[in-house]
Ligand binder design. Sequence first.
Ligand code: ZN
Length: 259
Amino acid sequence: MEEVSLLGLCASLCDCIGIEPPKHATQKIDSFIDAMTVGGKVERIVMFNPDAVGRWIVEKFKDKFDRVRAVAPYTQPLETVFPPKTPVCFASMYTGALPAVHGIQRYEKPIVKIDSIFDALTRQGKSVAIVASKNSSLNKIFRGRDKVDYYTVKYDKEATDKGVELIAQDKYDFILIYNQAYDDSIHFTHPLSCRAKRALDSYADNFETIGKAVAATGRRTLLGYAPDHGVHREWYLLGNHGRNIPKDMLIDHFYTVIN
Ligand SMILES: [Zn+2]
């Protein structure tokens, strides 16, 4: 089966909310757009970005992902960009551009200078909030946009709480909420450890909480559970990511539209 590239997500999200995509987002995923806009364009997008959840992890822990699917039943299989490192992948997710074009090609966190979904949204009158922990890639790489509101939080729970607060305020058209416990856990342990499994549960808990907050506002919202890349276990036994292998490159996203 030919994999769908993560590069198509950016323009697809823009299409769903009815804006022109950023300059380099030239691919889109027609089947995704069709599914998400059955009832018309959405008014708001809430992206939950849980770090490092690969497709094989979704398949391995079906029960944990039944909870995610209960909130967001539409599965979008994707192939991420190489190298599968956090700032590289999120930069591509939100610009629609290859690493060579957006400029982040290894684990480093410079500000992305090219046109992004956040620039496209604010230029077309939409309001944007990015909620991410201190020092995380998503806290750093899309800085420098005057019209974007940045919320720096301590960790995943605080990111979820802040996200829920912003959803309830109904002030933003696009809210990004970053979570990182699974990625952190696999670097200290491995992808199937107890600590890693607890982190996947915390992602599911937080996603459920965000789903409830969205449902309570009655605004037509596209909600996504959207990881950046997968993980594998190294010969020295710790978890890692960054190789061009299916465990690192293949991911599943989950989406729904809540009215
Ligand atoms: Zn990551």
